[in-house]
Ligand binder design. Sequence first.
Ligand code: LLP
Length: 420
Amino acid sequence: DTPFQYINDTLHVEDVPLTTLAEQFGTPLYVYSRAALTSAYQAYAHACAGYQAKIYYAVKANSNLAVLDVFARLGAGFDIVSGGELARVLKIGARADKIVFSGVGKSAAEMQAALNAGVKCFNIESLAELHRLHDIAAHANQTARVSLRVNPDVDAKTHPYISTGLKSNKFGIAFDEARAAYRTAAAMKHLEIVGIDCHIGSQITEIAPYLDALDKILELIEALEADGIQISHLDMGGGLGIRYDAETPPAISTFVHTLLTHLAERGHGSREILFEPGRSLVGNAGILLTKVEYLKPGADKNFAIVDAGMNDLARPAMYQAYHDLAPVLKHRNPPPAALYDVVGPVCESGDWLGRDRTLALKPGDLLAAHSAGAYSFTMSSNYNTRPRAAEVMVEGKQAHLVRARETVEQLFAAEMKLPD
Ligand code: LLP
């Protein structure tokens, strides 16, 4: 049920041909489908019905204000990791009691801003962070609500760069130290313990690691409650994978249902549960539209040089990630298909979007890089002084510009030369 379908040989997003969007807004261009965002969110929400389970969208995956607003209107809360993301969610009018603040390196200023806003909870990742937050709350004569992020030491079986729940990762408080850390937190006057959280990785395509993590967390909750420490919510983090190529992640509904049923069987069916999904809500709701500038046949390799580079879509360069590259127009009389490396204009050999792809291309053709709704625009940069792409959200027949293309002047507007 993808919103990206061919109609009369032209790739559309919902009811709009991508060719029209390229003419109207130029390329490279990020295009999102509101219907796809909504349907992914509803899959979570429906599976949560009947439980005290809530969805806190992980803003880092795609922080465009229009995307945040779509989710806020559907009732989502937000998982943020910086003062910048806090400002974004406050800007769209999110309620402070629907914001949780994650991240290993919160600065004092960020903690202060989140405390002032009155966020639901700080997800704390170390004793040092616990002490800093307590000092800030004490100074302001306030109480900060906290959850400790526990590292359950399970193998999420994903890419090592995005696996976070192993002992060797920088994230969370070690499982064996968590009980003592909770006792420390309980003794701090200006902190109120409200929860426990974990996040074992990203692009996870199996449920088993989650069940392992859940069992370990429940074991800990039982120990904490025996110590007289009440845990009101359990935050399972995010991490559910999506299909980029041939992956077979569980459906959102199956994933949520399996975890919630397991909780109920363990006698925790009425506990407040939080999920912090990012990728599975937005990943397949977006594409990056790019134009072929040049074809460069070669003895070893054929290159298709496109106008989107690693600064626009960093995932292939950073993680050797696969993004399907699909022609927007299926030619009536196609040029001969060939094997191409699809590369960008940036001056780096690592600047590629896809390797060894069979495509029938002419210069000027449009390509859609699929699965570019998550960690794509948000990870883009201005390397090579390239303005970041525009973003559009489609709703039926309508296309709304939700971020204007940057101008070159904006890129150095904050810079200055030395005095004469
Ligand atoms: N909660 C926490 C504490 C997280 O660290 C993350 C992601 C999420 C939730 C959301 O995870 P998701 O549902 O999106 O998997 N840039 C990488 C992914 C980094 C994920 C970081 N943490 C990529 O492009 O694959």
